[in-house]
Write a protein that binds this ligand. Structure first.
Ligand code: ADP
Ligand code: MG
Length: 459
C-alpha cells in the first residue's frame, strides 16, 4: 500500500484526507526540513469551484508558500484528485500554531505578535547539505558551519565577502536554518541590509521603533546580508551599530555578508567599519572549473534530471562568473528540454545560452591565441610572424588576428606588433576579411567558433 493509499484510509473528511495524501507526496519531494517548516503548518480550509484554499499562520509563510509551493501543490493535486484552477493561500489564526520561525517576543498574543518578527523568510533550499564545497569557498563554509554548531559566539562578527552569485546568501540562510533547527527557541534574525534600512525607516515613520529595536537587541543571533547597502545612511547605520554592539557585548553571534572586505565599505562610519572588521573576515573566491562541475552535478541530482556530461562541461567552462548564472543556464536547458520533449544536448544548448556564455575570453592572451591557432591549422608559431603570404599561412594568421581583436583588449597596433610588426591597417583588413568569411564560409566559421570556445575556457 502506498503512502497515499495509507493516508487515504486514515482520514474521514474528504478534504483533510486528500490533503494528508498530498502532504506525504510533498514530504517525499521536499525533504524533512522543508516539510516541517513549510508544509506541516498548512491547513486545508475549503475546496470549491476548483479553488483550493489553504491557511497558514503568518503572512510571511503565506508569501513563501505562495511563491515556492502553490504551483507544485496545484500540479500534484490536479494529477491525483482532479483539476484545480487555483491554490489560494490565506493567513488564518485557526491554522496550526506551529511556525516556521519561532520567535519569543514579549508582545501581545494577537496578530501583531507575528508582525513583530522582523526576520525575512529563509529559502528552504539553501542548506549546508545543498552547498557544494570546493577550494574557493571551503573557508567560508567551514566558518559558517562552525558558527552554526557552537553555543558560544566564536568569530564575532563572522564577515563573509566576495562577488555576486558565489553563495554568500546561501551560506547565511544555511547558518540561520541550522541554528534554528538546533535551538528551536532561539530568535535568529535574518535580513538583508536593504530590508533592515527599509524596516527601520518604516518604524521611524510609524513612530514605532520600540519593537524594531527590541527585536534586534533580543535576538540570539543576527545575520545581515549585503551589508554594503547600509552605506551612507547615518541614522540607520547608528541603529545598526547599536544593535550590533549590544549583541556582541552579550556574546550573541553576528554574521554579515558583503561584496567587499570591511575596510572597503565606503560611506560607512569608521566606527562601524572597524567594528565589522573585528571578527573573522573570510572571502568567497571565484569558483574553479571543478567546483562548477560539482555544483552542476549536485543540482541535476537534486532536480532528478539527466544532463549529459558534455553539457555540464560546456556550462562549467563557459559560464564562469557566478553560480547564479550557472544555475540559470542549467535551468533554462532543463525547461527547454521539458517543453520540447527533446533531451538536453550541446547542440540545443548553444543557441539557448548565447546571452550567458562568456562573451569574451577573459584570460585569453595573444600568445594563447597564436599557439592554439597554429595547433589547429598544423602550422608553426613562426608562421604567425613571418612575412609569407601564401593562403595556407595567411588565412590562419588572419584568424588569429581576428581572435586577438575580439577576445582581448589589445589595440590594433599592439596586435600588429605581435604578428611580426605588421601595420594596424593590416590588422583591420584581417578582422574585416574574417568577419566576411564567417558569414559566407561555414568551414571557416566552424574553425573560428571552435577556436573561440577553446580560448574562452578558463582553467
Ligand atoms: P551571493 O549571495 O553570493 O550573491 P547566492 O548565495 O545568492 O550568491 O548564490 C547564487 C545561487 O547559486 C544560489 O541559488 C545558490 O544556491 C547557488 N550557489 C552558490 N554557491 C553554491 C555552492 N557552492 N553550492 C551550491 N549552490 C551554490
Ligand atoms: Mg546574496
Amino acid at each position: 500500500m502506498s503512502a497515499v493509499d495509507a493516508a487515504r484510509q486514515e482520514f474521514s473528511s474528504p478534504l483533510t484526507e486528500r490533503w494528508e495524501a498530498l502532504k506525504s507526496l510533498l514530504q517525499q519531494e521536499s525533504g524533512d526540513n522543508n516539510f516541517r517548516s513549510w508544509i506541516m503548518p498548512i491547513t486545508p480550509k475549503a475546496l470549491s469551484s476548483g479553488v483550493l484554499e489553504l491557511a497558514v499562520p503568518t503572512r510571511f509563510m503565506r508569501d513563501w508558500v505562495k511563491t515556492h509551493y502553490a504551483d507544485r501543490i496545484q500540479a500534484l493535486w490536479s494529477q491525483n484528485f482532479g483539476a484545480l484552477v487555483r491554490v489560494d493561500v490565506t493567513v488564518s489564526s485557526v491554522a496550526s500554531p506551529q511556525r516556521a520561525i519561532p520567535v519569543t517576543l514579549p508582545a501581545a498574543a494577537n496578530d501583531t505578535a507575528v508582525v513583530a518578527d522582523f526576520s525575512s523568510p529563509l529559502d528552504p533550499r539553501y542548506t549546508f547539505d545543498t552547498f557544494v564545497v570546493g577550494a574557493s569557498n571551503a573557508l567560508a563554509a567551514a566558518a559558517a558551519r562552525k558558527v552554526a554548531e557552537s553555543d558560544a559566539a566564536l568569530f564575532n562578527p563572522l564577515y563573509i565577502y566576495g562577488s555576486v552569485g558565489l553563495g554568500k546568501t546561501h551560506l547565511l540562510h544555511a547558518t540561520a536554518a541550522a541554528v534554528r533547527l538546533r535551538k528551536p527557541q532561539a530568535v535568529v534574525a535574518y535580513m538583508s541590509a536593504e530590508r533592515f534600512m527599509y524596516r527601520f525607516v518604516q518604524a521611524l515613520r510609524n513612530k514605532d521603533t520600540m519593537s524594531f529595536k527590541s527585536f534586534f537587541r533580543t535576538a540570539d543571533a543576527l545575520l545581515i546580508d549585503d551589508i554594503q547597502f547600509i552605506c551612507g545612511k547615518e541614522s540607520t547605520q547608528d541603529e545598526f551599530l547599536h544593535a550590533f554592539n549590544a549583541l556582541i557585548d552579550h556574546g550573541k553571534q553576528v554574521i554579515v555578508s558583503a561584496d567587499r572586505p570591511p575596510h572597503e565599505l565606503d560611506g560607512t562610519s569608521d566606527r562601524l567599519r572597524s567594528r565589522l572588521g573585528m571578527g573573522l573576515a573570510v572571502k568567497v573566491e571565484n569558483t574553479t572549473p571543478d567546483l562548477r562541475v560539482a555544483i552542476l552535478k549536485s543540482k541535476t541530482a537534486l532536480l532528478k534530471r539527466d544532463v549529459p556530461l558534455e553539457v555540464i562541461d560546456l556550462l562549467a567552462s563557459r559560464i564562469t562568473s557566478s553560480v547564479r548564472e550557472l544555475e540559470g543556464g542549467l535551468n533554462r536547458l532543463i525547461a527547454h528540454a521539458e517543453l520540447t520533449g527533446q533531451p538536453v544536448s550541446t547542440a540545443a544548448a548553444l543557441p539557448l545560452l548565447q546571452d550567458l556564455l562568456r562573451p569574451n575570453g577573459r584570460g585569453a592572451t595573444m600568445d594563447d591565441i597564436q599557439k592554439k591557432t597554429v595547433e589547429h591549422y598544423g602550422l608553426r608559431i613562426a608562421d604567425m610572424t613571418s612575412p609569407r603570404r601564401t593562403r595556407a599561412v595567411a588565412r590562419p594568421r588572419q584568424v588569429a588576428m581576428y581572435l586577438c581583436k575580439t577576445l582581448t583588449e589589445h589595440s590594433l597596433p599592439d596586435i600588429g606588433r605581435k604578428f611580426g610588426g605588421r601595420d594596424h591597417t593590416t590588422v583591420i583588413h584581417a578582422v574585416r576579411t574574417i568577419e566576411a568569411l564567417i558569414a559566407s564560409d561555414p568551414v571557416l566559421a566552424r574553425d573560428v567558433e571552435a577556436l573561440k570556445r577553446e580560448m574562452t575556457q578558463v582553467y
